[in-house]
Design a protein around this ligand. Structure first.
Ligand SMILES: *Cc1c(COP(=O)(O)O)cnc(C)c1O
Length: 324
């Protein structure tokens, strides 16, 4: 494996002063309904509003002074860009974030507010990634990949260490799955520390690149579609080096949830006091829909909170998708 538990432990120490240790909360309502303990890693309370700060901080703190001086460039569906802008600012480095037109306006504004330069390129994450390659070749900037990088996987894996420490009884961990940085890191840590636990990747039905790639046996292109889980959009890269291999080896299963199931999960989580984004609700969506039926303690990861407020309001009022 390109990343191991020692790398994740080193990342945990490296980012300790810059990243919050988020609580593991109990969902009393769903625990009662399912008859098993349902725990939520409350990573929507993380600074910048998502777990992406863990990987971005680890990657930025792993760069040389020379690389920091030349600036950092990345492509992002929003949350990684915001986390990277924050981490770069703390390290005094210039950041350029390349995004597709599908990224919601609230995420663009938040990245701009952190002092990063935005470049909006095309209608897919892959086109934004091509702009990163141009900035590296033409401007000498240091690239920080959104997921397919050992430093990112190790950083996201720190969340798995915290789950294993706070819920050693966990039997299943449900991980939102897109490029697989989170799933790879969490699976590495959880499987090393809790040898009985199963780790399941959860993603949306439309445009799920890692699921399609795992089914096909190699990285596969999928068409991006608008989704309530906008943070799960984007390909895994046909030249994927790190996350595909780890997800293929360590994920016990992947489960797909519909837009209506994600919407129902957003309403359930709102009713118990949590405003989160669609990508962060997929674990709960799988439990509420009966697509995962745990027989013992289960952990979901509320991976972020950065939902467009008007979209959240429409879903709470009953909308079952991104369309009004
Ligand atoms: C990025 C992101 C994910 C998926 O993470 P990957 O490492 O790309 O699989 C899930 N939830 C939120 C909120 C995210 O921002």
């Amino acid at each position: 494996m390109p990343v191991d538990l020692a790398d994740i432990r080193a990342a945990h120490d490296r980012i300790a002063g810059r990243v919050r240790r988020t609580p593991l909360l109990r969902d009393e309502v769903l625990s009662a309904r399912l008859g098993v303990t349902v725990l939520m890693k409350a990573e929507h309370l993380q600074d910048t509003g998502s777990f992406k700060l863990r990987g971005a901080s680890n990657a930025v703190l792993s760069l040389s002074a020379d690389q920091l001086a030349r600036g950092i460039v990345t492509a992002s569906t929003g949350n990684h860009g915001r986390a990277l802008a924050h981490a770069a600012r703390l390290s005094g480095a210039r950041a350029v974030v390349c995004l597709s037109r599908l990224v919601p306006a609230n995420k663009l504004a938040a990245i701009r507010d952190l002092g990063a330069e935005l470049r909006i390129i095309g209608a897919s994450q892959d086109e934004a990634m091509a702009e990163v390659a141009r900035a590296v070749a033409g401007e000498g900037m240091a690239p920080v990949a959104p997921f397919d990088d050992p430093a990112i996987v190790a950083g996201q894996g720190t969340l798995g260490i915290e789950i294993a420490e706070d819920a050693p009884e966990a039997e299943i961990v449900l991980v939102p799955l897109s490029g697989g940085g989170l799933a790879a890191g969490v699976a590495l840590a959880v499987k090393a520390l809790l040898t009985r636990a199963r780790v399941i990747g959860i993603t949306m039905e439309s445009g799920a690149a890692m699921h399609a790639s795992l089914s096909a046996g190699s990285p596969t292109l999928v068409a991006e579609q608008p989704s309530l889980a906008d943070s799960l959009g984007g390909g895994i890269g046909l030249d994927n080096r790190v996350t595909f291999q780890i997800c293929q080896a360590l994920l016990d299963d992947t489960v797909l949830v519909s837009e209506a199931e994600i919407a129902a999960a957003l309403r359930h989580l709102h009713a118990i006091g949590h405003i989160i984004e669609g990508a962060a609700a997929v674990g709960h969506a799988a439990l509420l829909a009966g697509k995962v039926r745990p027989r013992g303690p289960v952990v979901t990861i509320l991976s972020g909170r950065n939902i467009d407020p008007s979209l959240h309001a429409r879903v709470i009022a009953g909308a079952n998708g991104v369309a009004a």
